[in-house]
Design a protein around this ligand. Sequence first.
Ligand SMILES: NC(=O)c1ccc[n+]([C@@H]2O[C@H](COP(=O)([O-])OP(=O)(O)OC[C@H]3O[C@@H](n4cnc5c(N)ncnc54)[C@H](OP(=O)(O)O)[C@@H]3O)[C@@H](O)[C@H]2O)c1
Length: 331
Amino acid sequence: MNKIILLKNRPTGKPTLSDFEFSEEERPKAKEGELLLKAKYVSVDPYLRGRMRDEKSYIEPFKVGEPLESGIIAEVVESNNRNFKRGEFVNGTLKWKQFQTSNGNGLNKVDREKAPLKAYLGVLGLTGITAYLGLDKIGKLKKGETLLVSGAAGAVGSVAGQIGKIKGCTVIGIAGTDEKTDRIQEKFGFDGTINYKTSKDMKTAIKEACPNGVDVYYDNVGGETLDAALANMNKFGRVINCGAISLYNETKTPTGPRVESTLIKNSILMQGFTVRDYIKDFGPAQNQLAKWMEADKISYLETVVEGFDNIPQAFIDLFEGKNKGKMIVIV
Ligand SMILES: NC(=O)c1ccc[n+]([C@@H]2O[C@H](COP(=O)([O-])OP(=O)(O)OC[C@H]3O[C@@H](n4cnc5c(N)ncnc54)[C@H](OP(=O)(O)O)[C@@H]3O)[C@@H](O)[C@H]2O)c1
């Protein structure tokens, strides 16, 4: 039999295990032109929470009673498609099923000789590419500037901070535990850090950590941290609105301070960023990240959870900050 995980109900507030249904079906068979794929590594990502709402977005919402899906590295265990061979590994948006068939559309082959397979879900995958393209398209970092990053010990944030260092910037990271802030300073060379959970006043904490002000703010969390960062932006500062995880589980979106006069007074650019708008740039971004990895200029952290049945819990744990770096499930 083939284990599958379905969306049972749309969560209210923070997702719980009761929002997921564990089920089984017969193992599928590959028809002519198809592949049989066996899931190896499953990426769990904060944006999946948005797909659990019945709301129009840049990507279709999940349907209740249907399997969930995310980025998955899978092994080709059977191939009736001449473009793929048995034993090859592919990366794509696939269903939360142990085995599934595919016609090969939307799958990219991944080379385990070049990098560990899991890296294609993190630093060389969508999260690394998000960090790179957010900075490239909106941040436009210049040497000597100050880059502030929230979610700095996470998959996107940890790569964004390291790119800031490569570009010759002063990089300050915001994260939710002292263990995480220590880690990003030691492992990734961040110049300074702020623990947003223990800081009494984030506006002052950012001012102290960034004495020359903030030129680029890479925002992964939104909410009150964004309010505090905006109050510290320099003239012609750029704010990359990449994520707003602090708001994803809110049932009523809280209102914040009005931002118009702050943006006008300092000529600040604040722009929403969706990595999928730049699909044609994924290849070059991945190549650059791979080069930096080879040159030991970028490294990464992973939190690896074992077992197909633990995919929903690993996803829920993102909202508790239980991961350092990319959260991945080994099936
Ligand atoms: N726009 C795009 O195209 C795009 C693409 C990928 C990701 N994203 C967004 O980028 C952000 C980071 O994604 P990721 O994959 O790198 O996730 P991640 O940072 O690896 O994991 C989530 C982290 O968010 C922090 N967090 C959880 N609840 C929080 C809260 N209430 N307030 C502040 N921080 C909280 C936790 O770290 P702490 O312990 O530090 O709290 C947690 O470890 C997410 O908002 C995601 O939606 C956007």
